[in-house]
Design a protein around this ligand. Sequence first.
Ligand SMILES: O=C(O)[C@H]1O[C@H](OP(=O)(O)OP(=O)(O)OC[C@H]2O[C@@H](n3ccc(=O)[nH]c3=O)[C@H](O)[C@@H]2O)[C@H](O)[C@@H](O)[C@H]1O
Length: 782
Amino acid sequence: MPSALEDELFPSTPGKFKIERSHGMNRQFHRCFASTSTMFLWALFLIALTASYLSFQSFVDSGSRYFSASWGGIQWEKQVRNSAQIHRSGGMSVLVTGAAGFVGTHVSLALKKRGDGVVGIDNFNSYYDPSLKKARRSLLKSHGVFIVEGDINDNRLLDKLFDTVAFTHVMHLAAQAGVRYAMENPHSYVHSNIAGLVTLLEVCKTANPQPSIVWASSSSVYGLNDNVPFSESDRTDQPASLYAATKKAGEEITHTYNHIYGLSVTGLRFFTVYGPWGRPDMAYFSFTRNILQGKPITIYRGKNRVDLARDFTYIDDIVKGCLGSLDTSGKSTGSGGKKRGPAPYRIFNLGNTSPVTVPTLVSILERHLKMKAKKNFVDMPGNGDVPFTHANISLARREFGYKPTTDLQTGLRKFVRWYLSYYGYNHGKPLDRFIPNRSAMDFDFAHFMLTEAFKNKPPGPVELLPREFSSLPQDKQAKPRRHIPQTSERTLDAPDLVDDYYLNLLDWGSCNVIAIALANTVYLWDATNGSTSEVATFEDEVGPVTSVSWAPDGRHIAIGLDNSEVQLWDSTANKRLRTLRGCHRSRVGSIAWNNHILTTGGMDGCIVNNDVRVRSHIVETYRGHKQEVCGLKWSASGQQLASGGNDNLLPIWDRSVASSNSPTQWLHRLEDHTAAVKALAWCPFQGNLLASGGGGGDRCIKFWNTHTGACLNSVDTGSHVCALLWNKNERELLSSHGFTQNQLTLWKYPSMAKVAELTGHTSRVLYMAQSPVLDPAHNEET
Ligand SMILES: O=C(O)[C@H]1O[C@H](OP(=O)(O)OP(=O)(O)OC[C@H]2O[C@@H](n3ccc(=O)[nH]c3=O)[C@H](O)[C@@H]2O)[C@H](O)[C@@H](O)[C@H]1O
């Protein structure tokens, strides 16, 4: 990061402390790390390494936009290159635009799963709930796909991406979708579907090598065509909506680039795609939401009260079509911006070939949801709709064997299962208690399936994704047995580690460096090369250090101190950037980052959000604890904060709810624990699922739906719960404990069956941190 920018973002405040680089201290630290005669097991390391062995991944958002522009820099380039790496012979490296979109997510996953390199780009616009897009991003991230946040109109960003990776293919799915919304916001269609497309093509045309392009056109280009079924050779010059017109324009524009510059282009006319992780603006999705909420739905009818019909196509079939198109796309022929020969230009229908009327769609949903819809039939307004669509798919079948296999009944069943799992079900209550428009919540549904819905028969798997594209283990028999080591990979000595349950003295940063506070000093241990260094030693009137936390960039570190200050350090330059004062009246035992917001929890019971970019850094103060705050964790979306206290309380704070003027700022105040709450872990699969652990008199791990505040499950572990970590690859939770057994337990989730238990520690396992480095056995990154 350029230092000027750093200075701007971290105005350096003069402090009283000097960094004295003491050789003696370093030597001592070295000795600590090198020593094998451990009086005190460095439990953190042990667990971190155990966790690493179990192929845990980092919880840190590697797509950090922290401190700087949203793209660029060495770390960013590394993420892009890693994501683009090909893991099969003859594989491709694909830039997927609109990767956090519905089709983009599924296609990216499918490509990644078969060993292709994938880099996503998405602008996360708010056409529909961005938290759904972020949840999709998390899903992709857990599969090793990195999504760059940016707009396809940003040619500098696109240039940079092509400079960084020689993409062989572009799967262009970024678009302003929706037929009827074009009347509300016509310019967004021009911006994305025309200007954005041209920007992308301009970059592709000059890229060396030129990529082959497969992109999403639409069935809507057939407009008022009434030849049935629609064939690619039918006329497409009568669009009924601006959306359709921009897609049709896209077909013409791409043709031009194919003709002049030799770009290989394949346009796919998607027919009303639906399925899990779908688009909330589409009829099947919004109907589901309204039915569950008991709200009416509007069903349009055509002339003479004729039902409208669509060739609804299931997402799996579309994904197969996309991959088939990529595989057969043929090469672009241009170089240096000049055409060197003819390149393929193709257009295919990707439909289902069996149109279904909208009332039939509704009755299928009613069956799956076991609820009746309140239907209002109205004449189709002149807003861009067409009466029916019906695909002839023989061209795609001939070219790459495209053959849709999912009928609407089956596809909607899968969608409904996903919907319920994602948005959650408040079990034990009637169906109208569904919580709509909320972020991921699979645990509720799993619990419901286990306890309510399948009382008389075993539950089927909860399908978040089509099996073939999901790496979540669903077929137990096919899974190889995993070896769980009973001993640590490495044990390090940490003689001055303060044995204080309420502090947070260890963190593993995104650059694979562990920070640990030993009394008044913060040390670093680089897990990549085993080197150690000291960040800072604090004087007695300031220290000891009470908390450490890496910023998402893995370079900057926040250090909480006994005297109530918090300091920000640049670990690379070994330089203190600023000191935050006035947040607390006593020691700062917990810290959590949320991009540029540094949240601190004090012994005074206060939680303070600090914007580290500005001089007046305190932006919010949350008051809800009566005693020391010892656990702080932001959800992956950065929307919700969980805080645990010595007062046994676990409030959930929502950034949009918690205004300082409100007497009760919290979204929920969870009071079920009967001892201090320190261990907190947000589930990587379900955005609003939180695990929490209680200390001494409690010993329970509890699971919460943080949208509803419902306690979903509680398990008595028999020992104080010190720390919790979710496994990102498996549905598992790792817990570390104190009295009585000082054990580590790996739990299956959601059954909470014990997968493994490691005992033998002589002292409590106070902290756990997770390696950001993926398990090489999962062949992604070393
Ligand atoms: O294949 C495409 O090219 C497009 O497919 C999709 O458009 P559509 O086929 O219009 O899907 P969708 O909105 O689900 O409406 C479905 C039916 O429900 C009717 N409909 C809709 C809303 C409503 O409130 N009531 C209603 O009857 C409505 O009249 C229609 O008959 C994509 O959104 C679009 O981005 C594009 O990809």
